[in-house]
Design a protein around this ligand. Structure first.
Ligand code: SF4
Ligand code: SF4
Length: 373
């Protein structure tokens, strides 16, 4: 699982970059490299997750192939990212699932759907179809629905929290952060600022810049948050106000879910298109497979949710509910072992980067003094 070659190659490349420094202004990675003379495996894990795979450094590097150094930083970091996902995974034996994402997600989705079909109260869930309050619970009881989805969600949160703790410890990140560091990091996280490159965007296909990747990431990221907000609002409606689902089309949970689901579909379609048409040279093939699996699973989750909304008044409601719940539970169980963890480790890397700001300022001041002297 652990590949010393990936770390060794990344170490060799960042040492060359530290001497060259041509890409200094490209992204957060290069200022972080410049703070170091030696690179521990934790430092490399931090740098690999700080990289946003914009590929700008690949197309502007004078040492990229066919140069004998064959410097390919985006690919080296992508290979190393996969290694870090596996290294920090919990429980550890399940780390092997990262390389079997497609199989894991398909088997889980089929199994969870079969379980929900089996648990359906009606003899044939296909016959259920009603938009009246409590219609969903007439197919699958509320207790069963909450117990299964809740258990899968809590497991995912626990596994990812332990993974985050492992990352934080291994990268020697500070135990606490001050308010300015937190504010800077959260601005970067929520605006996806780094995906904008230095203002020009990413190099998806070649040397030309594009903001498309950032916009599609925004659609997926905020679409997912809208769907999460929809679920939370529905829980408040039900458990605080006693308003039982399904809700009308213009209610808050349905509006949030519809906007979120549609934004996710647009974001996923755009990101898949970018990946399919991208230059394969700076890409990691294994990580690309993991990217596709995660995007497909998210697409199916969003699409089945929208389909359930559109057809909830028909006889297909029961079957669609079982399929959607099966996909959602399999998504929760897959989250700690798929590309989703990239968002967590990247956010943690940005937090650490923000915490290093005083050291970067000191370095700049020292360099300015040297030039002046
Ligand atoms: S990627 Fe190439 S050009 Fe950029 S800093 Fe590294 S060695 Fe220099
Ligand atoms: S690919 Fe982009 S984000 Fe990654 S190191 Fe190169 S310039 Fe930085």
């Amino acid at each position: 699982m652990r590949s010393p070659e990936a770390a060794e190659q990344a170490r060799r490349f960042v040492e060359i970059c530290n001497a060259c420094r041509y890409c200094e202004g490209y992204c957060a990675v290069f200022p972080a490299i410049e703070l170091r003379r030696q690179f521990t495996s934790g430092d490399l894990a931090y740098l690999a997750n700080l990289c946003h795979d914009c590929r700008g450094c690949y197309y502007s590097c004078q040492y990229a192939p066919p140069h004998e150094f064959a410097l390919n930083l985006p690919k080296a970091f992508a290979d190393l990212r996969l290694e870090t996902y596996e290294r920090y995974a919990w429980p550890r034996p399940l780390a092997a699932l990262f390389r079997r994402n497609g199989l894991m997600a398909s088997v889980l989705a089929l199994l969870c759907t079969a379980i929900f079909v089996w648990l359906a109260k009606t003899p044939s869930p296909v016959t259920a179809g009603s938009e009246s309050a409590g219609a969903f619970y007439a197919v699958i009881s509320e207790g069963v629905m909450i117990a299964i989805t809740g258990a899968a969600f809590l497991f995912a949160i626990l596994a990812m929290a332990i993974g985050l703790l492992n990352f934080w410890r291994d990268t020697n990140s500070p135990p606490a952060l001050d308010a300015p560091s937190l504010s800077a990091a959260f601005t970067d996280i929520f605006t996806l600022r780094n995906l904008g490159g230095g203002g020009n965007g990413c190099n998806n296909r070649n040397e030309t810049y594009s903001q498309a990747r950032r916009y599609f990431h925004h659609a997926l990221f905020y679409g997912y948050l809208f769907c999460f907000a929809s679920t939370c609002t529905a829980a408040i409606y039900e458990h605080i106000f006693g308003w039982i689902s399904p809700y009308p089309l213009f209610s808050l949970p349905v509006l949030l879910g519809t906007i979120g689901g549609a934004a996710m579909l647009v974001g996923i379609a755009g990101l898949v298109l970018i990946k399919v048409t991208a230059d394969p040279a700076p890409a990691s093939r294994v990580l690309l497979h993991i990217d596709y699996c995660f995007l497909v699973l998210l697409f199916v989750a969003a699409a089945t949710g929208l389909l359930l909304l559109a057809l909830r008044g028909t006889a297909a409601m029961g079957a669609l509910l079982a399929v959607h719940l099966g996909v959602i539970v399999s998504l929760f169980l897959t989250l700690p072992y798929c590309k989703f963890v990239h968002g967590i480790y990247r956010a943690a890397a940005l937090l650490r980067y923000a915490a290093e700001r005083p050291r970067r300022l000191q370095n700049t001041a020292a360099a300015t003094q040297q030039v002046g002297a």
